[in-house]
Design a protein around this ligand. Structure first.
Ligand code: PMP
Length: 369
């Protein structure tokens, strides 16, 4: 035991957090020992662009003495997306964007609406506010629960968070559905989280500034391969972003991330190449899963949700023994027995498929029971 722990054990702490924080669920992403094939967090499984590494190597010691200035890079990101700079704010990952939206917009009488299963952090950040969380369960096909969602919209609805493509299912909401929801809830922010946009191609970002309550989030953690630098953005109407900026820490995007983003945006060919690799690998991997008789859901993202059944835990352990990390999602609502597998390059996925195949053989031999 280290001395600090020993001291802590003896301290009696009287200070209590807010009641809300006491009831917040804990979230510990299962990181650690990830020096294997990382098919567990939907990251880029290879590397970011060389141009980014070159730009990082050129950062001087003097550069690091300055506070980061995000506005010029915000303008670059905006122009890359065909938007005005006033419609874009950079954040410390999309996670910060979600956090800040919850802090800026959720009051005690408000409701946040989530189609589930979906990305865990919406619930975590919402639960740090006094608002009520309302979940709408998707049916077994995991299609976007459009009608059910429309049905529960009410005057208290303040945020509707839609991951598109959704995680962990890989399914999508159509543009028409999203716009109909935005129209049905003019008092609410409709957050369309396009973290996996590149692997799908559909977007509503062109509606920014036209639809008054639409906000779109994009991350640089996935296709761009910059998860470690924590970079995301929110696109939305200027008056809404003005509230976001009040809550946002002015320096939450650091200067190294800003340098990397500038280089990453300029290297479209790397992005196109990586996305092409994943799409190719995804097509082949899904064919392989089907041949192995496994149930999975059609996916538009860089991952696939697979129903392994009651042996999902053994499956995750088996893959780990084969130096491949996958993510057990069986505790997600409606996902019993399901495991999410990130799609990497064709070569990586050939390796993953052969590990899945060997598990199936092991399973059918009865040895797993
Ligand atoms: N949105 C969704 C739907 C995600 O799956 C993730 C990452 N797992 C994020 C946002 C978080 O993105 P970032 O790394 O930019 O915080």
């Amino acid at each position: 035991m280290n001395p600090a722990d020993a001291i802590q054990d003896k301290i009696e702490i009287e200070v209590q957090p807010r009641a809300r924080v006491r009831s917040m669920p804990e979230y510990h992403p299962p990181l650690g020992h990830r020096d294997r094939l990382r098919l567990d967090f939907n990251e880029n499984t290879l590397a970011c662009s060389h141009a980014v590494m070159t730009a990082l190597e050129n950062i001087s010691a003097a550069d690091l003495t300055r506070y980061p200035e995000r506005e010029p890079v915000e303008a670059l990101a905006a122009s890359h997306l065909g938007l005005e700079p006033r419609h874009v704010v950079l954040t410390n990952g999309v996670d910060e964007a979600i956090h800040v939206l919850c802090q800026a917009f959720l009051d005690a009488d408000d409701e946040i609406l989530l189609p589930v299963p979906t990305y865990t952090m919406y619930e975590i950040y919402a639960s740090s506010t006094d608002a009520t969380l309302r979940k709408v369960q998707a049916a077994e096909d995991f299609q976007f629960p459009f009608i059910a969602l429309l049905d529960v919209i009410n005057p208290k609805t303040k945020i509707i968070a839609i991951a598109n493509p959704n995680s962990p299912t890989g399914t999508i909401a159509t543009r028409e559905q999203i716009l109909a929801i935005a129209q049905a809830a003019p008092q609410a922010i409709v957050l369309v989280d396009e973290a996996y946009f590149h692997f799908h191609g559909g977007t509503v970002i062109d509606c920014i500034g036209i639809v008054p309550n639409l906000v779109v989030a994009r991350t640089f953690s996935k296709a761009y391969g910059l998860a470690g630098l924590r970079l995301g953005l929110l696109a939305g109407p200027e008056p809404l972003l003005a509230w976001v900026r009040r809550v946002l820490s002015p320096y939450s995007v650091n200067s190294i991330a800003l340098v990397a983003l500038t280089a990453a945006l300029a290297d479209q060919s790397y992005l196109d190449w990586y996305v092409h690799q994943v799409k190719q690998a995804r097509a082949d991997f899904l064919v392989g899963l089907r041949q192995l008789g496994l149930q999975f859901w059609p996916t538009q993202a860089n991952f696939v949700l697979v129903n392994i059944g009651s042996e999902h835990k053994q499956f995750v352990a088996w893959m780990r023994e084969h130096a491949i990390l996958v993510r057990d999602r069986s505790a997600d609502p409606g996902c019993e027995g399901c495991v999410r597998i990130t799609i990497g390059t064709p070569e990586q996925m050939r390796g993953a498929l052969s590990a899945v195949e060997s598990f199936r053989k092991f399973q059918s031999s009865g040895a797993s029971r």
